[in-house]
Design a protein around this ligand. Structure first.
Ligand code: MIC
Ligand code: SF4
Length: 652
């Protein structure tokens, strides 16, 4: 039987397990990436596990937190720079660009496996790489030469036909995908694009689509590697790394979705979820207070030149603020050469650093109740830095239209204002400038490098081995679709990423700021904290701090209707038991503050049981819970997490 692209790549990297959907397999990892906000923890973990050098082609980026209010960011950057030099990791200096954009330009390779401690790592799927977002600890293990473990995915084929119409672009395609798949219910699947329509999309456009596939909750998204891929790689001076990659003619898929690109319309994700997708025409006319163009989804040369072309000779509407964050230094240099930078500046754009910035809410927070139109990928409540703001996610074309009119406008209407659509082609020659990378030193010189550790950098705390019985209380009960931004807010607190005790004082702040203190009080009394969640608990980012900080506060189990893939793995990695209601309606039986017990959980994990009982002592009720763990994960949970497990040479 023929194979699809995802099966081909996984099977060629398989080191453990059977290639059967739903089963856990271990794969060899070719490339890894980290960014500063997840990287400090990942490298502290790498060091704690005693690895001597990296076994992958590893790149450490500094792109998330570059605001440098206080000494903490700069200290983190110095730690990352010196740790990279010490262990043979490529270091991308602050200012060089957003990890996913730069990885796509300079390192991503078709047919290879990349894991990254950032949920948008699948951006590299646009070039035909199997690129997966994971927790930092999984990256640390892979850098040390260990396999990456994942559930062998089921594959959804998205068959593209036709060609995008003027004013409609890749963002509208992925928003259309989100309108079909939504943001939950897709765990265990991966998306593979195919069909004649693929040929009409350039690599940066494909990367926009695979980037935001992360919002559906799938393991990854990927495009074939074809002439278009070759063209992009040649322009990047990397054609020697190109290989053709396509599905066999008789490849099988678990689901097929058909999208005719010619019928895709300008789309918009409305507050407060990337899955709340409508046609732009349905929300037209709403007054806009802020427009932000950039982020790893839409900050390529094509995107920024498109905005510049639309704005040529115009100035941003006086009632809104307009900011642009280019995706990389290459993009800045190229839009500069193409006169796009000048046009944007003349149009009143505030040009931000080439970094995540506004997307992660550490700058350019909108005003009270403001409507903000953004080209990024997430609009969870409060993520932008302002709880009352309403964030809408759009294409660069729709963003530019609003810059002119001051309201949400279907970009196709710009024609009526005499603005002609210009299809931005990739230039024949890209500007190649790797001078902001620090490449590995010769091996013998690495040992001499002293690693810098600022006072805010604290060791990674450890968990205890799993108790015989978990005795505790439901310290918090939350609803559906609680994201990692709710559990462990980023924005202004990013500078605390390398200081778990301090960062942990903000766990669940957007939902219940009293949680950390209540949890710590319980921990001191020896009472285990238990979190009860609804559907799709832990969706969104890969940040392992959403498990690590609750672990530090004494959380021993999460009981939910469903848990998202990366977060489930992170819980296991830090020794927190991820449990699911056997019967989702039992969620209604438990209340916050209930005293609960999970008797003999250790024995159940040891014996490979698939079920445990939760006794609600307050309600005098018994609730059945599913223990959905692989054999490897059972050993990790028993040991109290992946760090103690690895330190004990892989023994529970
Ligand atoms: C995000 O977009 O939420 C982030 C910030 O890039 C995170 C990583 C982090 O929290 O550092 C992600 O997507 O994984
Ligand atoms: Fe950075 Fe935003 Fe992309 Fe996350 S989604 S990597 S914060 S640009």
């Amino acid at each position: 039987m023929g194979k699809n692209i995802i099966q081909k790549i996984i099977d060629s990297h398989l080191v453990e397990g059977r290639p059967i959907p739903g089963e856990e397999v271990g794969i060899r990892v070719d490339q890894t990436l980290t960014q500063d906000a997840t990287g400090t923890a990942a490298y502290l973990e790498f060091e704690a596990m005693g690895f001597k050098e990296v076994e992958t082609e590893a790149v450490s980026y500094v792109d998330h937190n570059t605001v440098q209010v206080g000494f903490e960011n700069a200290d983190d950057h110095n730690y990352l720079r010196t740790v990279a030099k010490r262990y043979g990791i490529i270091f991308s200096r602050p200012g060089n660009g957003i990890c996913h954009q730069v990885q796509l330009e300079r390192f991503a390779k078709p047919g290879r496996v990349l894991i990254g401690s950032d949920s948008h790592t699948p951006t590299a799927g646009g070039i035909g790489e199997l690129a997966i977002g994971v927790g930092g600890l999984d990256v640390a293990v892979a850098m040390g030469g260990g396999p990456y473990y994942l559930t062998y995915p089921k594959v959804i084929k998205i068959e593209l036909t036709g060609k995008l119409m003027p004013w409609v672009s890749a963002k509208d395609v992925v928003l259309t995908v989100l309108s079909i798949l939504h943001t939950k219910g897709n765990v265990g699947y991966a998306i593979e694009y195919g069909g004649e329509g693929v040929k009409t999309l350039t690599v940066p456009e494909r990367a926009t689509i695979t980037n935001m596939g992360a919002e559906t909750g799938v393991t990854t998204s990927i495009f074939p590697s074809d002439e278009m891929t070759y063209d992009f790689m040649k322009k990047e001076g990397r054609e020697k790394d190109w290989v053709e990659l396509k599905a066999d003619p008789d490849a099988q898929y678990d689901k097929v979705i058909k999208i005719n690109l010619s019928e895709v319309e300008p789309m918009i994700a409305c507050p407060d979820s990337p899955g709340n997708v409508k046609k732009v025409s349905e929300v037209e006319g709403l007054k806009v207070d802020q427009v932000a163009v950039g982020s790893c989804t839409n900050s390529s040369y094509r995107d920024l030149m498109t905005v510049a072309n639309i704005l040529k000779g115009r100035v941003a509407h006086e009632d809104l603020e307009f900011g642009v964050a280019p995706g990389s230094r290459q993009v800045i240099e190229m839009i500069d050469e193409g006169k796009g930078l000048e046009t944007l500046v003349k149009a009143g754009a505030r040009i931000f650093e080439s970094a995540c910035g506004f997307c992660i809410g550490n700058s350019f927070a909108p005003g009270t109740n403001a409507v903000s139109l953004r080209t990024n990928n997430r609009n969870f409540k409060g993520r932008c830095g302002t709880k009352s703001a309403k964030v809408y996610l759009v294409s660069p074309e729709t963003a530019a239209a609003a810059v002119i009119t001051g309201k949400i406008t279907d970009p196709r209407k710009l024609e009526d204002m005499g603005i002609k659509y210009e299809d931005v082609k990739l230039p024949d020659r890209f500007i190649l400038d790797d001078s902001m990378f620090i490449f590995p030193l010769p091996k013998e010189e690495r040992e001499k490098v002293e690693i810098f550790r600022g006072p805010n950098i604290k060791p990674i705390p450890n968990n205890d081995p799993l108790a015989e019985t978990i005795k505790g209380t439901v310290t918090i009960k939350v609803g559906d679709k609680v994201t990692t931004d709710h559990i462990m807010p980023a924005g202004a607190y990013l500078k605390l990423r390398s200081n778990v005790p301090k960062y942990a004082t903000h766990v669940f702040e957007p939902i219940d700021p009293s949680f950390p203190q209540r949890a710590l009080n319980n921990k001191e009394k020896g009472i285990a904290n238990i979190i009860v969640g609804g559907e799709s608990y832990g969706q969104g980012s890969s940040r392992e701090h959403a498990a690590l900080c609750p672990m530090y506060l004494g959380v021993k189990a999460v009981v939910a209707k469903s848990i998202e893939r990366i977060h489930q793995a992170n819980l296991v990695n830090f020794g927190i038991a991820p449990l699911l209601f056997e019967n989702p309606s039992d969620y209604d039986l438990i209340e916050q503050g209930d005293d609960v017990e999970i008797p003999d959980i250790r024995k159940a994990v040891e014996d490979g049981e698939k079920e445990v009982i939760l006794k609600d002592l307050t309600k005098n009720k018994e609730i059945k819970l599913k223990l959905f763990l692989s054999d490897r994960q059972r050993k990790i949970i028993l040991a109290g997490g992946l760090l103690p497990f690895t330190a004990r040479g892989g023994k529970a």
